[in-house]
Write a protein that binds this ligand. Structure first.
Ligand SMILES: CC(C)(COP(=O)(O)OP(=O)(O)OC[C@H]1O[C@@H](n2cnc3c(N)ncnc32)[C@H](O)[C@@H]1OP(=O)(O)O)[C@@H](O)C(=O)NCCC(=O)NCCS
Length: 152
């Protein structure tokens, strides 16, 4: 059984990440096309974590190490539609939550219409810290979520 591994993306992975983003909701609904997604994925401020199986990309996560009040911020996460529900997103979230060993908090934003992703975050201990109505598009909020990280 091939093992899923999470490690840092190579520059050559970033177009794959941007294509996945551009063809997935919430970015479709938010009107983020491929070029915008690519510019985001290439942002020098981000650590890009990739999940792979036998070398094939399955999903990615963009992590800003100090993005909100000095704590890590997950700016995007997506897995290929064909592998969703297999725990790959949870593996990426596990990796992000452990990526900065000294971090005690972590943040992310979820669109108000993305109820399934929000359920995943709530199951993992994220709670709402703020809401920004009409932030990207009219009629939808971006919800800032926070998790306190427990360290041994
Ligand atoms: C959200 C996402 C990264 C989770 O990855 P995953 O590999 O499916 O994660 P897991 O298998 O660990 O967890 C499954 C949970 O993810 C959520 N989920 C599943 N499919 C989803 C989808 N199409 N969109 C949003 N969330 C989804 C559900 O809560 C699901 O739990 P359920 O099956 O009990 O309903 C993945 O579904 C995805 O890429 N969705 C589209 C992009 C997106 O919404 N990104 C989040 C932006 S804030």
């Amino acid at each position: 059984m091939p093992e899923v591994v999470v490690d840092l993306a190579l520059d050559s992975d970033l177009e794959w990440c941007a294509r996945l983003m551009a063809e997935s909701d919430p970015w479709l609904t938010l009107g983020r096309g491929f070029e915008t997604c690519l510019a985001r994925c290439r942002g020098p401020e981000f650590h890009v974590l990739m999940a792979r199986e036998s070398g094939q990309p399955l999903g990615f996560l963009l992590l800003h190490p100090t993005g909100v009040a000095g704590s890590p911020y997950i700016a995007a996460i997506a897995t290929s539609a064909s592998v969703r529900g297999r725990g790959i997103g949870s593996m990426l979230l596990d990796a992000a939550e452990q990526w900065i060993p000294a971090a005690r908090h972590i943040f992310l934003c979820v669109s108000s219409f993305n109820t399934r992703a929000r359920q995943l975050y709530e199951r993992r201990g994220y709670t709402q810290a703020g809401e920004f109505p009409d932030y990207v598009i009219q009629g939808a909020s971006e919800i800032l979520m926070h998790k306190r990280l427990v360290r041994p």
